[in-house]
Design a protein around this ligand. Structure first.
Ligand code: FES
Length: 565
């Protein structure tokens, strides 16, 4: 890589010398000296937004990145991209992840920079930034904004967003009052940063460090900790050093690094969303992730980390307990130690050099794990020929083997309308089925965490088998089968399930079967009107529906996967 600085990617006026002259003269209007303008350029992709509470510290982080870039001899130039604040987007942030990835990729490609630091972290933001940066193929360092600290409610530690759901469940069942839930609302998210538990943002941050695209030891640093600013400064410095070093992204995100990331995902009891995002990121490099392989890894990778929603603790505890380094050290016998990070160091070299501190109460030893097998499993059967995902680490094992009567909701609107009706025909042993909540139907929202029907919640029922083509928040828990592929709106058998059908679930055998004869399913398919995919006549919605792939291909767009300019 040549250090072209501002001479990169010249605006095309048909006269390159004129283009550079014009660019420099306009750049001078920002007050930079000639010496600064001659330096290699480090772009800083930022995703700050008034609609994204998680990224509130971005301006401070950008200043720290700039400090590191300047100290190392570069010229830092920050630029904004789309920001995806998880709870501020309709119908779901997932629908805009690919749009943001295109924004990030194209702005890295089009503007004059030699390397880039990406600053973000909220659920879809981190995957979108990695997808875009991987495709842009410029050297980069990923800097997560870091997790929130916990709050307090009546002496109890509180963190977004596992506790949000727990208290909402209590409110729905009548166990706590309206004024109590209003007070709880003010205690759940009390600092800047991403959700305080091992939700999607934290899982993806751990994955970014494991893939080697973030600096070692940085994933779990709280958003408001001074170490986070030091990580930003170091990321800026490293981005300068990467220019011309030949450490291209395909040398960092290798098949071995992706498998390491899958191991960490399983060991942290991480978010189900992470399998979709990691599949999309790896897919940009032509690396396929097979759900069958996920099952093999899951059986040989115990859950080591005691963090909500699987366990009891929070990201600030993981940071104090040794962070991702402590997890990697425990997993090292099953990891690819030749995988290399942006530091240039192999994972083996990193682990040999680190101090080795770990608090075993939070990061358990491999031989004495928190749970004996990995957090996620893929299920297959006639209901999910291309797979479905269950987060067994956060589910009730008593519901893992059995058969239930289907209680079907044909859409989210139908669910909202009927789930709390007293005349709903449902018992605790039934399986709740939600159709038409997949990628093409509605952008695959986090609607798979179907609420327990009101009358059962009031009777004390805490968990039921729930099946859908939707996703679930990484902070949620329950016996919830997600990502059923293909989705109902894309010809999947999920769309053929009727009230009263029997469904067989076996986590031990990795099976999910609709107990209905093939001939009857064929009859229903023939009688079915068109699939319920979203209808958009123009704009991004049309692009999305026309090109989004199913969950087993990371819900990326068909034209964005694979290697190439
Ligand atoms: Fe941003 Fe949870 S809302 S990470």
């Amino acid at each position: 890589m040549t250090k072209k600085g501002l001479a990169n990617n010249l605006t095309n006026y048909g006269d390159p010398d004129f283009s550079l002259y014009l660019r420099r003269s306009f750049a001078r209007s920002m007050g930079y000296s000639t010496e600064m303008l001659a330096r290699p350029v480090v772009g800083i992709a930022t995703a700050a937004s008034g609609f994204n509470n998680c990224h509130r510290t971005t301006p401070d982080l950008v200043e720290a990145v700039k400090r590191g870039v300047i100290a190392a001899g570069g010229l830092p130039l920050d630029f904004p991209t789309i920001s995806l604040g998880e709870v501020f987007l309709n119908p779901t942030s997932m629908m805009f992840r690919n749009l943001m990835s295109m924004d990030v990729e194209e702005m890295i490609r089009a503007q004059p920079m030699d390397s880039v630091v990406l600053v973000g972290g909220c659920d879809k933001t981190l995957p979108a930034q990695l997808m875009g940066a991987v495709s842009a193929a410029l050297p980069f360092v990923y800097l997560a904004v870091g997790p929130m600290m916990t709050g307090r409610y009546q002496g109890e530690r509180m963190g977004a967003c596992t506790d949000c759901r727990r208290f909402w469940g209590q409110y729905r069942s009548g166990a706590i009052s309206k004024s109590e839930i209003d007070t709880v609302e003010g205690t759940l998210a009390v600092t800047a940063g991403t959700c305080a538990v091992m939700g999607t943002a934290s899982t993806m941050s751990c994955i970014a460090e494991t893939l080697g695209v973030s600096l070692p030891g940085t994933a779990a640093i709280p958003a408001v900790h001074a170490d986070r600013l030091r990580a930003a400064e170091a990321s800026g410095r490293r981005a300068v050093e990467l220019i011309g070093a030949g450490l291209t992204v395909d040398k960092i995100i290798t098949p071995g690094a992706v498998e390491n990331a899958l191991r960490v995902l399983l060991a942290v009891g991480g978010s189900t969303n992470a399998i979709v995002h990691l599949t999309a990121i790896a897919g940009r490099l032509g690396i396929e992730i097979s759900l069958a392989r996920l099952n093999e890894l899951s059986d040989t990778t115990p859950v080591l980390v005691d963090l909500k929603p699987t366990g009891e603790n929070y990201m600030e505890d993981l940071f104090a307990a040794g962070g991702v380094g402590a997890i990697l050290r425990q997993l090292s016998p099953v990891l690819d130690l030749e995988a290399r990070s942006v530091t240039g160091e192999t994972l083996g070299e990193r682990l040999a050099a680190d101090l080795g501190y770990a608090d075993p109460a939070i990061v358990r030893p491999f031989a004495e794990p928190y749970q004996p097998v990995g957090g996620l499993v893929a299920l297959y059967g006639n209901l999910a020929p291309r797979g479905a995902i269950l987060k067994r680490a956060a589910a009730d094992p008593e519901l893992f083997e059995g058969e239930g009567r289907a209680v079907v909701f044909s859409s989210l609107d139908d669910l909202n309308e009927r789930i709390d009706r007293d005349d709903l025909d449902v018992t605790p042993d039934d399986y709740l089925v939600l159709q038409n909540a997949g990628p093409k139907a509605i952008g695959m929202p986090e609607a798979g965490y179907l609420p327990i029907p009101g009358k059962l919640a009031r009777a004390g029922v805490k968990d039921m088998v729930r099946i859908s083509d939707a996703r679930m928040s990484g902070t949620a828990f329950g016996t919830i089968v997600l990502h059923v592929t293909p989705e109902a709106a894309d010809g999947g058998a999920l769309g053929l399930v009727e009230n009263g059908d029997r469904i067989r679930l076996s986590v031990a055998e990795r099976r999910l079967e609709l107990v209905v004869e093939d001939a009857e399913l064929a009859r229903r398919r023939g009688a079915k009107s068109d699939d319920a995919a979203m209808v958009h006549k123009r704009g991004y919605g049309k692009l999305f529906v026309d090109h989004v792939l199913q969950a087993d291909q990371g819900c990326d767009f068909d034209f964005l996967r694979g290697v190439g300019a």
